[in-house]
Design a protein around this ligand. Structure first.
Ligand code: 26W
Length: 799
């Protein structure tokens, strides 16, 4: 380290700042990782192994230094060395900006998958966009969310390497010209296109303790014209030149912050095509150079997974290159494309389904539109002749319908695999959302229940718990998470439970001090830490949670001597900038917090904390300290959830609805080790279809509910300035679309059971350890093994 600080900064170790030390250690890691990276690539090339490319508009990687140190076996050394010179490792690692290149679940899943691919020695790589601005930074001012740009690349990012020589050209707009060749076949040429340079930046993905280093390739948009080119033209085009350059760089300018609500913005479509075209060109170049087999064999060497429909233009782009550049006929190109691409669906929310205006696709991507049109024609013709039973629903299945291009339909038709991300989610796709497609292509549909990397989300973020676990079952669970099940033998062992309990208390103490530093709020480390951290959305029902808080507050006001176990409600959530109602809920949480936290009648029994700017690094601090994991989506709406898994492996107990992966958690741990409540998915879907629920009936009959709603309408707790009429109207006049009132009573009742259970320490700790023991299934190692053997058909590499 001393040598590094000297070489890098000309400083003696004792003079190095925390930031200097961060760069010095990153450089040491790179010295270790880069040769292994070269070796891994060499092995893949030499053995011509089948590789998978994971195409995603989002990779929510967070920080990498501690993770890379851990995976290459240097973490203990680095921590030891820093402590020896009187430095706090945490403060050193905190100098890295979060790579916030994702919105939430979908983006973080992609990051976990990369870790598992490399750690299991699978040849698999990520392809994404190097956004100059990641997800906005959230500030709260007087309870309102304010968004600030996240310029995360301000200073040198030590993990990336620019690969200028591997750039590719992307074409937008222009016109398509057909030309008939002597043999009668058609040739397509493009004229007057706008050209953009896609430049790859590679980030190493370090496997755990195994010498494997895969690649996350992020594409950056650059102008093709050099800054001197415009000088040769007659008129001075200085401004025009800069303007043009700027608009091109905008393609990789920022990440769209809308999670689960689609907006038909042209720039977003440009981003999608940019990612897809660069990645597919790159993949084909790799195939021709390194594999060199006939193109018809391509599916034996390459699999491409598209993360939701966002990269679904990969299908027509692949067709375009195979036909226009490689001169294959339609049928051959289709055969190859259809057997290479696989599609994962992450949501059934209708507002999140991507549909692009036909004219927008036609103008921006004329050749791609022609190909989509042909795919659609052939598909609809096939339906008409081969499936007369589906003739009536052709408009619901057509890829181009009502002047729009329906991306999910394109993705299903053009791929060999369609998967959902939890059992119930896949069932809903098969039975409802995509039922006609399931009828047409039953073999394409399959489930891959999500997982998270337990190496980051347990081993790295909770070293104290990891040590206690390894003391009793040994360290093999780190590579074989299913072995956590051995903990069941200790789930009634008093001395083990006590150790786990002590770790939780220490983690809660650390979080309490973070909360104090950031908010000035003092919380009781012995209180129940009741946590809901996720994007703010009506379907995730943060509103139900805050209604519980208001209910308890009202109870305590009525009866200050109420025997209540102290609770700390912790929230972290970003709202999409244009999502008005979500922002109102943030404001409500802050309003309730300011009243509850300062009311002497409450005598510290309730505290409400909203931690601003929830991101990966903050999650790493909160999750190990969580007692109660709130997973309370309206049943059928949360495709899977992954925070539920992260908290479970850290010993939190779930309060949840029968939705997403909560169901699979329940199936494993059993009803006695989880708190489930509320409407089931089929009940919710039934209400949507046939009506039969009236929110006002509950308002009229349940005094607790009426009191809360009136408090929102009339100004919370009597104050006229702070009122929440929009929330009030949404519930009573839009009939509570997410069933908050309907699930209110069972939710309150469940929390009463939580409180009773918490008082009985040995029962509680037994429940906690049981959850940790069963969490092995929710490692992304299991998920990736399933993708690898059932979809991608790839093998682990043996060096
Ligand atoms: C086009 C705008 C847009 C952007 C993002 C639409 C939809 C999305 C994603 C579907 C949002 C997302 O992150 N979905 C989540 O994916 C996780 C990983 O599979 C699941 O665990 C969550 O349940 C799901 O909401």
């Amino acid at each position: 380290m001393a040598a590094k600080t000297n070489v890098l900064f000309g400083k003696k170790l004792k003079d190095a700042t925390n930031k200097d030390l961060y760069y010095a250690i990153a450089s040491i890691v790179n010295d270790e990782v880069h040769p292994q990276w070269g070796e891994t690539n060499h092995t893949y090339e030499k053995k011509k192994v089948k590789q998978v490319f994971y195409l995603s508009m989002e990779f929510l990687v967070g920080r990498l230094l501690e993770n890379n140190l851990l995976n290459c076996g240097l973490l203990d050394d680095a921590n030891g060395a820093l402590k020896k010179i009187g430095k706090d490792p945490e403060k050193v690692y905190a100098n890295e900006p979060d790579a916030g290149l994702g919105n939430g679940g979908l983006g973080r899943l992609a990051a976990c998958f990369l870790d598992s691919l490399a750690s299991l020695k699978y040849p698999g790589h990520g392809c994404g966009i190097r956004y100059r601005y990641g997800l906005f930074e959230q500030r709260i001012i007087h309870g309102h969310q304010i968004e600030l740009p996240d310029y995360w690349l301000q200073e040198e990012y030590p993990w990336e390497t620019r690969k200028g020589e591997e750039s590719v050209k992307i074409h937008f707009r222009g016109s398509v010209h057909m030309h008939r060749k002597i043999d009668g076949s058609l040739e397509f040429h493009y004229k007057n296109t706008d050209q953009v340079n896609a430049v790859p930046y590679d980030i190493p993905v370090v496997g755990y303790n195994n010498q494997v280093v895969n690649t996350l390739r992020l594409w950056s948009a650059e102008s093709i014209t050099r800054d001197t080119d415009y000088l040769t033209s007659k008129s001075s085009k200085y401004y025009h030149h800069l303007d043009h350059k700027h608009s091109i760089e905008q393609i990789s300018g920022f990440l769209y912050p809308d999670d689960s609500s689609y907006e038909g913005k042209e720039l977003r479509l440009k981003q999608q095509y940019f990612l897809v075209s660069a990645s597919i060109q790159n993949i084909l170049r790799h195939f021709k150079r390194q594999i060199g087999a006939p193109l018809s064999d391509l599916p034996e060497y390459i699999a491409i997974q598209i993360n939701d429909t966002h990269p679904s233009l990969a299908i027509p782009e692949f067709m375009r290159i195979l036909m226009d550049d490689e001169n294959l006929g339609w049928d051959q190109a289709w055969e190859i494309t259809r057997h290479t691409i696989a599609y994962t669906n992450h949501t059934t929310l209708s507002e999140a389904l991507e549909k692009w205006p036909k004219t927008m696709v036609q103008e921006l991507l004329p050749r791609i539109y022609m190909i989509i049109d042909e795919i659609n024609e052939r598909f609809c013709r096939g339906l008409w002749f081969d499936h007369p039973e589906l003739r009536d629903v052709i408009p619901e299945l057509a890829i181009i319908a009502d002047e729009q291009v329906h991306m999910a339909r394109l993705a299903i038709v053009g791929s060999f695999s369609v998967n959902g991300v939890a059992k119930i989610h896949t069932d809903i796709l098969k039975k409802k959302e995509m039922k006609h497609f399931y009828q047409l292509f039953p073999d394409r549909f399959n489930n891959k229940t999500n997982g998270v990397t337990h190496r980051r989300w347990l081993l790295q973020v909770n070293p104290r718990l990891s040590t206690v676990i390894s003391e009793v079952i040994g360290p093999n669970w780190i590579c074989r998470p299913s072995q956590l099940i051995s903990l069941l033998r200790y789930s009634k062992d008093a001395s083990f439970l006590e150790k786990v309990d002590k770790v939780k208390l220490e983690n809660k103490r650390s979080l309490a001090s973070l909360i104090y530093d950031r908010t000035g709020i003092k919380i009781d480390e012995h209180s129940i830490f009741d946590v809901q951290i996720k994007r703010l959305h009506e379907y995730k029902r943060q509103l139900l949670n805050i209604f519980h808080v208001i209910y308890l507050y009202n109870e305590l006001k009525d009866n200050p001597n109420l025997d209540l176990t102290p609770r700390t409600f912790i929230f972290g959530a970003k709202a999409a900038p244009s999502y008005h109602l979500a922002k109102e809920v943030i404001k409500l949480i802050h309003t309730v917090a300011s009243i509850v936290n300062h009311d002497p009648d409450i005598r510290g029994k309730l505290k409400v904390v909203f931690l601003e700017n929830y991101n990966v690094s903050l999650a790493e601090k909160i999750i190990p300290a969580t007692d109660i994991s709130e997973q309370i989506s309206t049943a059928s709406k949360e495709a899977s959830g992954t925070g539920n898994m992260k908290m479970m492996m850290n010993g939190a107990l779930t309060v949840g609805t029968m939705d997403g992966a909560n169901i699979e958690i329940r199936d494993l741990v059993g009803d006695q080790h989880i708190f489930m409540f509320g409407l089931k998915a089929d009940e919710v879907l039934n209400y949507y279809e046939h009506g039969g629920y009236t929110a006002r009936d509950i308002y009229n009959t349940d005094d607790r509910v009426r009191r809360i709603l009136d408090q929102l309408n009339e100004g919370v707790f009597g104050s006229q300035e702070i009122e929440f009429k929009d929330i009030y109207y949404n519930i009573l006049y839009h009939n509570d679309p997410y069933f908050v009132l309907k699930d209110f009573d069972p939710y309150i009742e469940t929390h009463e059971l939580v409180e009773q259970a918490y008082r009985d320490r040995s029962t509680w700790m037994n429940m906690s350890v049981t959850n940790i023991a069963y969490s092995g299934k929710f490692s992304s190692d299991r998920t990736i093994q399933e993708y690898a053997s059932e979809i991608w058909k790839i093998n682990k590499t043996h060096p």
